[in-house]
Design a protein around this ligand. Structure first.
Ligand SMILES: *Cc1c(COP(=O)(O)O)cnc(C)c1O
Length: 404
């Protein structure tokens, strides 16, 4: 590599001519045909495609039941409802997540409690979570940040010990596993997101998987206004086949059959997607070993028992060995036409959370990690050339800013 190469941000030639986004869907003609076929069918909203999509997600995650929602956020809201989260109930989660995780607690009047991360894996630290448990704690929601699953057996044990509902935010980790167990098979409820950047897509979509029949029935009602036609839940007797009752305050959180049709064909390619993501991550790991040895960046660390879904490849800059800050490195990578990103701003730093009384400093490891993070492009449709461009741009920029 030519270290004298002029950075694009300084007027040099960018490594790439066109922007490579950090994540993107992969939709084929087969996906499109399945969607079109559903549009010609009698079902546009919930129909047979929803049932099949739910079956596929449940099977893949080793769970008995799956309930599809219009997005992952609505699905998390449903999980909080099913878990019985209400006014004043505390729910422990990670600050290194998308705001939707803790927002879903707020929707139910609950109180998100942020516990710090493990500085190596960036996942919610089991002991940090244990330390913030109080008599008001009702649930715990670890997040499979970047596609790496949390130690599900450890969180299961912690939840059981304290009588908590264990909900897993697996928006990044469909198809991943920990200690041989698929994500979705251990928590009381597990949420998958089907947003276009996520492991597979339905444009917008979310699913909760569970092995608990009571949660399953509650989730089904919650996504459709809290309405039931089932005699087991109704007050008094049914007045006829038209009859239904609204027994809880639910929402209209339904996914369409059109989207579920896309989900069905996408699910068939999940393993192909995951293996390509894994292959790209291996190439990055190999390429960046030298930069890590020089203290210029740190590569992501995956627990030996974890099989990651590699949703994101997050590098941590060795700022002490660079002569500039994260911002300039980020902007220099952007100028090379890498669609870099930062995941995530600690949730409680957002003004809304600040107004609720959360202060900076409550999770120092997460805050420190955030300051060094840059997410580089990683998605299955990337060509080998795209991968080489990312490697070249990271090397070019990071070595340029290395202290002598
Ligand atoms: C994407 C995401 C969500 C929300 O999912 P949507 O389908 O976008 O509503 C929640 N948590 C995490 C960690 C996510 O990345």
């Amino acid at each position: 590599m030519n270290q004298m190469e002029k950075l694009a941000i300084h007027g040099g030639k960018p490594v790439r001519n066109s922007l490579l986004s950090y994540g993107s869907q992969w939709v084929t003609e087969e996906d499109i045909a399945a969607v079109v076929e559903t549009m010609r069918s009698p079902f546009l909203t919930q129909g047979p495609q929803i049932i099949e999509f739910e079956r596929k997600v449940a099977d893949k995650s080793g769970a008995k039941y799956a309930v599809a929602f219009c997005n992952g956020t609505a699905a998390l809201h449903g999980a909080m409802f099913a878990a019985g989260i209400g006014e004043g109930d505390e729910v422990i989660t990670s600050p290194l997540t998308f705001a939707a995780t803790s927002n879903s607690v707020l929707y139910q009047g609950g109180i998100p409690v942020f516990a710090d991360i493990d500085p190596h894996t960036y996942l919610l630290d089991v002991e940090a979570a244990r330390n913030v448990i109080t008599p008001h704690t009702k649930a715990i929601v670890p997040v499979d940040f970047s596609g790496q699953p949390v130690n599900m057996q450890a969180f299961r044990a912690l939840a059981d010990e304290h009588g908590l509902v264990y909900i897993q935010d697996a928006a990044h980790s469909l198809g991943a596993s920990y200690d041989g167990k698929p994500v979705g098979s251990i928590a009381d409820m597990t949420m998958f997101s089907f947003h276009p950047v996520k492991p597979v897509t339905t444009a917008e979509g979310g699913v909760i998987v569970t092995n608990n029949e009571e949660y399953y029935e509650k989730l089904l009602r919650f996504r459709s206004h809290g309405i039931t036609k089932d005699n087991r839940w109704m007050e008094g007797k049914s007045e006829g086949s038209w009859y239904y009752q609204m027994i809880e305050l639910g929402y209209n959180y339904r996914l369409t059959d059109i989207q579920a049709a896309l989900g069905v064909t996408q699910m068939e390619r999940l393993m192909e997607f995951l293996s390509r993501r894994n292959e790209i991550a291996r190439q990055y790991d190999e390429a960046f070993a030298g930069l890590e040895r020089d203290g210029l960046l740190r590569r992501p660390v995956v627990d030996v028992k974890a099989v990651s879904g590699w949703h994101l490849y997050v590098i941590s800059l060795g700022l002490e060995n660079l002569k500039t800050g994260r911002r300039e490195v980020f902007e220099a990578l952007q100028a090379e036409n890498l669609g870099v990103n930062v995941h995530y701003i600690p949730v409680y730093w957002h003004p809304y959370y600040k107004k609720l009384g959360y202060e900076r400093g409550i999770c120092p490891r997460a805050e420190q990690a955030y300051e060094t993070f840059v997410t580089i492009p990683l998605f299955p449709r990337m060509s080998d050339e795209d991968v080489q461009d990312v490697i070249a741009a990271v090397e070019k920029v990071v070595t340029f800013f290395a202290k002598a």
